[in-house]
Design a protein around this ligand. Structure first.
Ligand code: COA
Length: 398
């Protein structure tokens, strides 16, 4: 009898194809449709990457201008969505709000038969344009400020910073956020993208699939890490404390957020650009956050090398995301939302790629429950299980 191999976490398992991006984890290389992110991050803007993702090539300046007009036209949020956010508890977690609002966007888009919305590049542009507007609007509403309407003729990055603060950002801030969005735009079959593709594979529409993707981003093994990296940086307080902090953390059996990656066995290629941005932004304002992050990475490399030899755990994209976004004035609990702003480009492109050549994604599991047994009618069941009939003891105190 052949033995079933269970691939927990699907590590190394190829489940599909994509033309959108490629991760070479040994070489530490990430490409979008064949272009190295080391070339894209310093030279191409986020809107160019959106075009590349959705339409298969880098745009010329006319094509880019055309896309920019469409992104600008889509940035405004429907007033009922803003009213809805105004009614939410001010201390609601920003990712809860964003996930709910991404799903809510579908309410304001016409649907076809049986409730499905058209899944096409138009809908993708709609989602890409509105995601940062939602994040900026909630950022203000939670501070008891009125949301600000988007301004035309601004890049996605500049407009986001404007919608948060009401001020046109300086070029250095715009460039840093723009490069961040470029670097976060896609990453092959990562967990959130895969979730989006699974949902799309049932022929659910792009709004449903994008909602699955954003829900999957939240956990700290994926997009939830950078807020926790910032917490470490704030807790450490000064570079000299980094090594002791790392040792204490590992002694408690915890993980160092922003370190390690399922695919990369070297330093994440995106970390180098984010580190440069964190350093440059720090030099222009407060270098402290970058300096602590740098000391933390050095300490983590040293201590992980000692305590987990051979594991090849290095800084990932989330590590320098933390001091970069914090230096831009973005609070740590909004970092995952910023990730979603960039990744929406990749998610929507993947969802459309899945729908264009679809096959239902439906894996199998090895059953480990009890064997088939006879059914017992309810009045013949006695005291069931070790906790008897008491549901509250089954639920526990949490
Ligand atoms: N800190 C401490 N130990 C870590 C670690 C980290 N950040 N990342 C991995 N490890 C260790 C694990 O404890 C495990 O050690 P063990 O074999 O002694 O038990 C070993 O490395 C392998 O871990 P595993 O969870 O199987 O690897 P993975 O491929 O599933 O891990 C991550 C990938 C991203 C989930 C993992 O590196 C991690 O949890 N990182 C921190 C969270 C983070 O930064 N998430 C954002 C990812 S972009």
């Amino acid at each position: 009898m052949s033995q079933t191999i269970v691939d927990r976490g699907l590590e190394g398992v190829v489940v599909g194809q994509t033309e959108l991006s490629n991760v070479d984890g040994e070489a530490g290389r990430l490409t979008y449709r064949g272009y190295d992110i080391h070339d894209l991050a310093p030279h191409a803007g986020f809107e160019e990457i959106c075009y590349l993702m959705l339409f298969g090539q880098l745009p010329n300046k006319y094509q880019l201008a055309d896309l920019n007009v469409r992104l600008t036209a889509n940035r405004m949020l429907p007033q009922p969505l803003i009213d809805w956010m105004q009614s939410m508890p001010r201390d609601a977690w920003p990712m809860d709000v964003l996930r709910t609002m991404i799903s809510g966007l579908a309410l304001f888009v016409p649907y076809m038969e049986e409730g499905a919305h058209a899944s096409n590049p138009r809908a993708a542009i709609h989602l890409i344009a509105k995601t940062p507007s939602i994040v900026a609007a909630w950022d203000r509403i939670r501070r008891d400020l009125d949301p600000i309407d988007p301004l035309p003729n601004l890049s996605t990055a500049a407009n986001f910073l404007y919608m948060r603060s009401g001020e046109i950002p300086i070029k250095a801030a715009e460039r840093a956020l723009d490069a961040y969005l470029v670097l976060l735009a896609d990453h092959s079959y990562n967990a959130s993208t895969f979730a989006g593709r699974v949902t799309a594979s049932t022929r659910a529409d792009i709004f449903a699939a994008a909602t699955s993707a954003i829900a999957t981003l939240e956990g700290d093994l994926h997009g939830g890490a950078p807020g926790k990296v910032m917490k470490m940086i704030l807790d450490i307080g000064k570079p000299e404390r980094a090594e002791a902090y790392v040792r204490e953390l590992l002694a408690r059996g915890e993980r160092i957020m922003g370190m390690g990656h399922r695919e990369y066995k070297v330093r994440d290629p995106r970390a180098q650009h984010l580190e440069t941005m964190a350093r440059e932004l720090g030099e222009a304002s407060d270098p402290k956050w970058y300096e602590i992050a740098r000391a933390l990475e050095d300490a983590a490399n040293k201590v992980l090398h000692e305590e987990k030899p051979g594991k090849r755990i290095y800084a990932n994209v989330e590590f320098y995301t933390a001091p970069t976004l914090y230096s831009l004035g973005i609070p740590a609990d909004e970092f995952t939302c910023m990730f979603a702003c960039g990744r929406m480009a990749g998610w929507t492109a993947h969802i459309l790629e899945q729908l264009a050549d679809n096959r239902l994604i439906r894996p199998q599991a090895t059953y480990t429950g009890p064997p088939v047994m006879p059914f017992t009618p309810i009045d013949q069941r006695g005291r069931n299980g070790k906790n008897g009939n008491d549901v509250s003891s089954l639920l526990g105190s949490a």
